[in-house]
Each structure stands twice: as C-alpha cells, then as structure tokens.
Design a protein around this ligand. Structure first.
Ligand SMILES: [Zn+2]
Length: 110
C-alpha cells in the first residue's frame, strides 16, 4: 500500500518510495529580539510614537509581505532521503560538535 506512494527528496530530488524511511527537516528562523521597552529613559520625553509608527508603515509600504513576515519568523519543512539525511548530519551536526563553543570556553576559565 505505502509502496505506491513516492516522495521527492527536497535536497537531491531523488524519489523515495513510501515504504522506505524518509526524514523530515524542520527549519525555524526567527527574530530573537527583546520586547520593546516603552519606558526607555533614553527616548526624548516628547518622542512622537504616532509619527514613528507612520514612518515605519511608510518604510514597509513597498516591501514584499512574505519577506517582511519571514524577517520575524519563518518555518520550512523539508523531506530528505537517507543519503541526504546522512550528508546533513555529517556537514551540520558533526561539525557543530567539533566547533568550540565560546560561551562554554569562557565559563571554563572562571
Ligand atoms: Zn536526497
């Protein structure tokens, strides 16, 4: 039954039969900013919030809606064949294990 279903690997375009293991990669990329502090003491007392909001709206008017949304949060799902899963694992995850983490190194010296 599942044998008749075919998936296409999003990385190499290989056909993967439904009864073969396929892998799902979920990629999330989002802005990691802190909440806006409306009581910012550095902001002038006469700061015009309405003017700033209108300035931002004007600046974004001609920008692509999808691009603007993706700047804040984007999530994509990819289907991978076993070979591409292995390549991704070796290229990304194995490399990140060997790359020194500056934060951890800094803590070790303390
Ligand atoms: Zn593949």
């Amino acid at each position: 039954m599942g044998k008749d279903i075919l998936f296409i690997c999003d990385r190499c375009n290989a056909l993967v039969e439904g009864n073969r293991t396929r892998y799902v990669l979920v990629l999330k990329l989002f802005a990691g900013t802190d909440p806006i502090d409306l009581d910012d003491a550095e902001r002038p007392a006469d700061f015009d919030y309405n003017r700033e909001i209108h300035r931002l709206i004007e600046a974004m008017r001609d920008m692509d809606e999808v691009y603007l949304h993706d700047q804040v949060h984007m999530e994509r799902k990819y289907y991978l064949c076993a070979a591409c899963r292995e390549a991704l694992y070796r290229e990304v995850f194995m490399d990140s294990r060997r790359t020194p983490d500056p934060e951890k190194e800094g803590r070790q010296g303390v």
